[in-house]
Design a protein around this ligand. Sequence first.
Ligand code: ADP
Ligand code: MG
Length: 530
Amino acid sequence: MSLVFVEAIPYDSISSLLRKVAYGLATTCVLGTAVYIGYSVASPDNHSSKRYRNPELNDEIEKVVSSLKLNYEQLKHIMHCLEEEMNAGLSSETHKQATVKMFPSFVRHIPDGTERGQVLALDLGGTNFRVLSIKLRRNSHIELTSKIFLVPQSVMIGDGKRLFRHLAECLAEFMEKEHLSQSGICYPLGFTFSFPCKQESLASARLTTWTKGFSCAGVINEDVVKLLQDAIDEKGINVKCAALVNDTIGTLMACAYKEPATSIGLILGTGTNACYIEDLDKVGTWNGDHDEPKQVIINMEWGAFGDNGCLNHIRTKYDEEVDLSSINPGQQTFEKMISGMYMGEIVRLIILDLLQRELLFLGHRDTYGDYKTPIYNRGGFYTKFVSTVETDEGIKFSNTRRVLEDIGIRNPTFDDCVIVQHICRQVSKRAARLAGAGLAVLINRMGKPTVTIGVDGSLYRYHPRFKRNMERSMEGLVNKDLKFKFALSDDGSGKGAALVACVAAHNAPEVLTKHTREIINDKTSEENSD
Ligand code: ADP
Ligand code: MG
């Protein structure tokens, strides 16, 4: 059965995976036995005649999968479109209509490793909310304690005041546990708030739109630093929010603290976004001073790339379905093709489509009539499953089987596993190639001979091939004389906010009390660490 399948479809497709399997077996010189053993290990006990795969089914599957493939010309075209959108976002004449907003942050200095002090940070990313306490020591050494808190679904879509009260409550609980609640001391705080904001100064920023499943009332157009500070003051917590950054900027800052060549911050988590260092004279929307350094970090908000339809030619019906069933239809087109919040759902929709067209899980369809099984339900296939499935090497598919059983598919065949893995690989590869094309635009535009890209986010961290696939696509797209490398930033988004807050507190001591300045200068801990 599997060998029929091998003959049926072209190279660089499902058959190539099977060919590799067959090759491996041939080298053991017991091809026949091994195919039998391999198949009996991998397939379930009952072989119903209904499960015989007609080769034409594989052609149908291949049609679906090839709609996810992006060739070099398509990627070059996407790069060209992104650069046009970036220029529109940076120009004061076109900024309003632009989809890629290119918000200037008020961060212009990259840390150099000499920063010192103790700072708190909040990191609200989309899935995780973390409270951090960070001590910046000598030689770029950082001491960090942190705790993850849950943001309940009801708070994510409830009243804005309730959200900020919740954040303040978690902060208070953390400070209590870490013995930071002494009166008379006011700690500076960096707030990583990873939603599109128009920044008005380092410590004021208005939310332009909610993304990533959040939709709290009364926050859009409001200053989120003020909303947070009000909630902190209401609880009587000894903290002053000194800076708001988004996670891309936090990540860039945290990486630059260790590696000064860092000029790009990238997020691949619940959502996706990037920031980079831009020359001030290219930022038409900049209304701050033009002092040295003549550069500013731009928060691209690249997740919205494609919201004007310019990516429609590469979107599939599954992308359209993901969009329509999201809480923000028509928005965050690029993000919905790349990030962790949506990747598993794209895979689920493809699997479900193939199942309903009787191209996958043959002979099982009758037993899947139970619409309560995860495969029938939105969000039923987690993005972490994509990583798990792609971790399988060889013919056993033990991870893939476990995942399929988790989503309600009992006894998948060997071919079912191959096809599901193939789908996962193509969906994640498309995401990596799109992100890679975006990064190539930034690297070529900056033209620096070597660039380090600081990255944070669970998709990048845990997916077994995302980095490799990005690198491969970028090798063909980045100008040949420019070198780049990735640096995973552990807790980067939170650490970076603390760094920015620390620098801000040094530069604007009037916002803080004398006590705070003593904490920032951190004389006692510095002496103790010597
Ligand atoms: P945040 O975006 O809140 O900062 P993370 O960076 O942890 O949080 O990203 C969370 C996202 O990462 C979720 O959407 C989840 O689907 C995805 N994710 C979690 N674990 C994995 C994994 N093992 N492989 C791929 N994606 C994952
Ligand atoms: Mg994050």
